[in-house]
Design a protein around this ligand. Structure first.
Ligand code: SF4
Ligand code: SF4
Length: 425
C-alpha cells in the first residue's frame, strides 16, 4: 500500500450527493494546478499573444470540414447542431448587455452561485480571476467583467464509450448545447441577485479555458490535452461565465493527475495518430504534454472527431477516486491493458485492442497548414515552382479565387466559426 500524501475532498457527482474523498499517494504529489513559470506566462502573453486556430490554422480546418461532410449522416447532424447552437451563442453574447434585475445584498454569494450551478446540472464549478493572458488577440475586450465562473458539464457515459461513433458525436454536440442552456439559466439567476454576468459559449470562447478551470480547482490538465475532473476525467465540456458578483476565489488543487499521467500513458499509447507526447515540455510558461496538432487533425477529420484519448482514459471510465485508490493499493493503473478500457473500432479499419494500432498511408497526414491566405500563397508558389517559374493565367485566377474566399472568411460573422479547439491550451 502506497503512503497517502494528502486527501482532496470534492462535492459528490450530483447536487446533494455526499462529498467524496480522493486519496493522493505521496509519490504522485507535485504542485497544485500545473507547474508554472509566471514570468514566462506573462512574457509570452505580452510578446506572443494567442491567436485562435480558427484563424491561424484555418486552412486545415476548412479541409477537415470538407472531409467530415463526406459522411452523409454526420453532415446532417452537424448542420442541425450548428443551427441550434448559433442561437445559444448569440443569446450568450447578448447577456453582456443585460442589467441586473435586483439590488445586490453585498453578501458573499459564492455558495449560492455554486449551489445553483450544481442544481442546473453542472458537475464542477469554481471561481477565479478572469485571466486576460489567455485571451486570443481577436477577442481582446470581448468581456469586461473581472471574475470567471468556471464550470464543467458531464458528457453522458454510455455513448462516450462508443467513441469514435455517430452516437458519440451526437452526445458531444448536444452536451455543448445543454451546457450553454444551463449557463444562460445561471446567468438569469446571477442577475436576479443583483450582479452582471456574461455567458461565453464554449464555441465563442475568448481563449483556451483550461488554465482558468485549473486555477479554479476544477481539475488538472491530462496528457490527452483535456481538463481532467475528478468524477469524469476528460468526459466533460467546459464553459465560462464572467461576472462582477461578490465571490471568494477558489485555489488550484493537486489531484495527483500531473504525475499520474506520466505513469498511466494509456491515451498516449492508444492514440491512432500518435499525436500525444510521452513526456512533458515547457510551453508558454507551463509544464505540460503538448498535442501534435498536425497528427491529430487528420484523424479527427476522417474518423468521426476521433476522441479515443477521451474514451480510453481510466479516470473517464472509473472516476479519480477509484483510480487512485486502486493505484495506492496495487501500484497499477485500473483497467490498463483491458479491451474494455483500451479497445476501439475505426470505421472501415476494424477493431484495435490493447497493443494494436492502425497503420495509415504515408500521405494520410498531409493537410493544408496555416491561415487560408497563407496557404493560398504557399500553394501558388509551389505550383509556379513546379512549372519552372512560369505563372499562368489559370494559376493567377486560382490564387485570386482562394484569396477572395480567405478575405470573406476573415471578415465573416465569427459566430459562424465555432472554435472546436477551445478546450485545448
Ligand atoms: S483525438 Fe484521436 S488523434 Fe487526436 S489526440 Fe485524441 S486519440 Fe489522438
Ligand atoms: S489516459 Fe492516463 S495518461 Fe491519458 S489523460 Fe487519462 S490518466 Fe492521463
Amino acid at each position: 500500500m502506497l503512503k497517502i500524501g494528502h486527501e482532496v475532498v470534492r462535492p459528490g457527482k450530483t447536487y446533494g450527493e455526499p462529498d467524496v474523498t480522493i486519496p493522493v499517494p505521496e509519490e504522485l504529489e507535485t504542485v497544485p494546478g500545473i507547474p508554472m513559470n509566471k514570468r514566462e506566462v506573462d512574457w509570452y502573453a505580452r510578446e506572443y499573444p494567442l491567436e485562435t486556430m480558427n484563424t491561424s490554422e484555418r486552412a486545415s480546418r476548412d479541409w477537415a470540414n470538407l472531409l467530415r461532410d463526406q459522411h452523409a449522416e454526420m453532415r446532417e447532424i452537424r448542420k442541425e447542431h450548428d443551427k441550434l447552437n448559433r442561437n445559444l451563442i448569440i443569446a450568450g453574447r447578448m447577456t453582456a448587455e443585460i442589467e441586473p434585475t435586483a439590488e445586490p445584498s453585498g453578501d458573499d454569494v459564492t455558495q449560492e452561485i455554486k449551489n445553483k450551478a450544481r442544481q442546473l446540472g453542472f458537475l464542477e464549478v469554481g471561481f477565479t480571476e478572469y485571466d486576460v493572458r489567455y485571451e486570443y488577440t481577436a477577442k481582446r475586450g470581448f468581456t469586461a467583467l473581472p471574475t470567471a465562473i468556471c464550470m464543467a458539464y458531464e458528457q453522458d457515459f454510455e455513448p462516450t464509450q462508443t467513441i469514435p461513433s455517430v452516437d458519440a458525436e451526437i452526445v458531444h454536440s448536444s452536451t455543448y448545447r445543454t451546457q450553454a442552456a444551463a449557463a444562460l439559466e445561471l446567468g438569469d439567476y446571477i442577475r436576479s441577485i443583483g450582479y452582471r454576468c456574461h455567458v461565453i459559449h464554449s464555441g465563442d470562447a475568448t481563449g483556451p479555458m483550461i488554465p482558468m478551470h485549473v486555477a479554479a480547482g476544477l481539475g488538472q490538465l491530462g496528457a490527452c490535452g483535456y481538463l481532467l475532473t475528478p468524477h469524469a476525467g476528460p468526459r466533460n465540456r467546459i464553459i465560462i461565465i464572467t461576472t462582477d458578483a461578490n465571490v471568494t476565489y477558489d485555489k488550484p488543487v493537486d489531484y495527483g493527475i500531473h504525475a499520474f499521467c506520466q505513469v498511466c500513458q494509456v491515451c498516449v499509447n492508444r492514440c491512432p495518430g500518435r499525436a500525444l507526447m510521452r513526456d512533458k515540455v515547457w510551453w508558454r510558461g507551463l509544464e505540460k504534454h503538448k498535442l501534435y496538432f498536425k497528427r491529430c487533425r487528420p484523424v479527427m477529420a476522417r474518423y468521426l472527431g476521433c476522441g479515443i484519448c477521451m474514451k480510453v482514459c481510466p479516470i473517464q471510465k472509473y472516476g479519480l477516486k477509484n483510480v487512485l485508490e486502486h493505484y495506492a493499493e496495487t501500484g497499477q493503473v485500473l483497467g490498463k491493458g483491458t479491451h474494455d478500457l483500451e479497445g476501439y473500432e475505426l470505421e472501415g479499419k476494424g477493431y484495435f485492442g490493447p497493443g494494436e494500432l492502425p497503420v495509415f498511408d504515408r500521405n494520410f497526414f498531409d493537410m493544408p497548414r496555416g491561415s487560408s491566405d497563407q496557404w493560398a500563397f504557399d500553394s501558388f508558389k509551389e505550383k509556379a515552382r513546379a512549372a519552372g517559374g512560369v505563372v499562368s493565367d489559370e494559376m493567377l485566377s486560382d490564387l485570386k479565387e482562394q484569396l477572395t474566399d480567405a478575405m470573406r472568411l476573415g471578415t465573416a460573422d465569427v459566430v459562424a466559426m465555432m472554435d472546436q479547439d477551445a478546450d485545448y491550451i
